[in-house]
Design a binder for this molecule. Structure first.
Ligand SMILES: Cc1cc2nc3c(=O)[nH]c(=O)nc-3n(C[C@H](O)[C@H](O)[C@H](O)COP(=O)(O)O)c2cc1C
Length: 323
C-alpha cells in the first residue's frame, strides 16, 4: 500500500508526467483504467507565465475525482514555494517537484535534472516547498547528473530529510537523456536507503516488465510514461498481472474505438478546434500503431484539418475491423 501523506493509493502503478501528453483527459482516462495516480504536465514556477493559455490548460483538475498531483519545475526556491502555494490554493492535492527532466528548455534555466548537480540548491528548494504548503510534496529525479556522478541515493536521503513524501526515480542520468538502457541498480539502492515510498520509472513497457522491476528494485510502485501512449489499458494489464500472475486479454477493438473517440472529443473540449485537431493526430497514431492498415490511416488522418472529418475517417477505418 502506497501512502502519500493522508492519501492512500489503490494500486502500485502511476502515470508519469509527460508535457504535451498527460493533460486532464489523458490523466483521467489512465486513472479510470487503473492508474493509482496521474501526475500533471510540468508547470513553470515563473509566476509571469502562470496565466498563459498553455499553462492554464496544464493545471486543469481531474473530472473524475482522482487526486490532483501538480508538477512544478524551476530553480528558484522562493518562486517554487510560491508556485506550490498557488496550486495548493487552487485545490491541488499533491505537489510534485520535477528534478528529472532533461529538456533543453528546462536545462537552460538550470531546472529539471540539471539541478541534481547542485546539492545545496536541491536541499533549499525541497525545504522551501515542503514548508510552504500543508499538502504532501513528492519529488521526481533521475539517478544523477551523469553516469560518473550518480548521486541519486544522496538526493533521496536529502529529500526524505526535507519532508518529501514519495520519490520517483527514472533509471537514467541526465546525460543519458532517453538513450541507452535504463539501469535499475541505483533505484534499488535508493529504495534500500530511504523509508519513504520509492517509485521505479523508465522503460516499463509491459506487465511482465513491471513485475520484474518491482521484484528487482524492491520499489513500492512503478511509474509508466511512454508505454501508456495509445495504450492506457497498460495500467489494468499491470494490476491484473501483479494480482494473478496472468496476462489480461487484449481489450476488444470496439473498446479501443469508443475510448479513442471519447478521448478525441475531450481534446476538442479542452483545446478547441485547432489544437484539439492537432493533438488528435499523435494520439490516433499511437492508438492504432499495431492495427492493420495503420500507416495508411495515419497518412490520410494527418491530411485532415477538421474534427468532424477526423471522426468520419476513424468510423470508416474501424468499420471493417469491427465486422
Ligand atoms: C514527451 C515526454 C514528455 C515528458 N515530460 C515530462 C515532464 O513534464 N516532467 C517530468 O518529470 N518528466 C517528463 N518526462 C519524463 C517521463 O516522466 C519519464 O520519466 C520518462 O519518459 C521515462 O519513463 P518511460 O520510459 O516509462 O517513458 C517526459 C517524457 C516524455 C517522453
Amino acid at each position: 500500500m502506497i501512502t502519500i501523506g493522508q492519501h492512500t493509493l489503490e494500486g502500485r502503478v502511476i502515470l508519469a508526467p509527460m508535457a504535451g501528453i498527460t493533460d486532464q483527459p489523458f490523466r483521467d482516462l489512465c486513472v479510470d483504467l487503473g492508474a493509482s495516480l496521474a501526475v500533471s504536465e510540468m508547470l513553470t514556477c515563473n509566476s509571469e507565465l502562470w496565466s498563459s493559455r498553455k499553462n492554464r490548460t496544464r493545471y486543469i483538475h481531474s473530472a473524475n475525482g482522482s487526486l490532483n498531483s501538480i508538477q512544478i519545475a524551476g530553480s528558484d526556491p522562493y518562486m517554487m514555494a510560491d508556485a506550490a502555494r498557488m496550486h495548493e490554493d487552487l485545490g491541488a492535492d499533491i505537489i510534485d517537484i520535477n528534478m528529472g527532466c532533461p529538456a533543453k528548455k528546462v536545462l537552460k534555466k538550470a531546472a529539471g535534472s540539471a539541478l541534481l548537480k547542485d546539492v545545496e540548491l536541491v536541499t533549499q528548494i525541497l525545504k522551501e516547498v515542503v514548508n510552504a504548503v500543508a499538502i504532501p510534496v513528492t519529488l521526481k529525479i533521475r539517478t544523477g547528473w551523469s553516469p560518473q556522478s550518480r548521486n541519486g541515493v544522496q538526493i533521496a536521503k536529502i529529500a526524505q530529510d526535507a519532508g518529501i513524501q514519495l520519490l520517483s526515480v527514472h533509471g537514467r542520468t541526465r546525460e543519458c537523456r532517453f538513450v541507452g538502457e535504463v539501469e535499475y541498480d541505483t533505484i534499488k539502492a535508493v529504495k534500500a536507503a530511504v523509508s519513504i515510498p520509492v517509485i521505479a520509472n523508465g522503460d516499463i513497457s509491459s506487465a511482465h516488465k513491471a513485475k520484474q522491476v518491482l521484484d528487482y528494485t524492491g520499489a513500492d510502485g512503478v511509474m509508466v510514461g511512454r508505454a501508456a501512449q495509445g495504450n492506457p489499458w497498460i495500467f489494468q494489464q499491470i494490476n491484473h498481472y501483479l494480482a494473478t500472475g496472468q496476462n489480461l486479454a487484449n481489450r476488444p477493438i470496439e473498446e479501443l474505438r469508443t475510448t479513442l473517440l471519447a478521448h478525441l472529443e475531450q481534446l476538442q473540449a479542452l483545446y478547441g478546434d485547432f489544437k484539439g485537431m492537432l493533438f488528435a493526430r499523435k494520439h490516433v497514431a499511437w492508438y492504432t500503431e499495431t492495427l492493420p492498415g495503420s500507416e495508411h490511416l495515419r497518412r490520410r488522418f494527418n491530411a485532415l484539418n477538421r474534427y468532424d472529418e477526423q471522426v468520419r475517417e476513424l468510423s470508416d477505418y474501424f468499420a471493417p475491423l469491427l465486422d
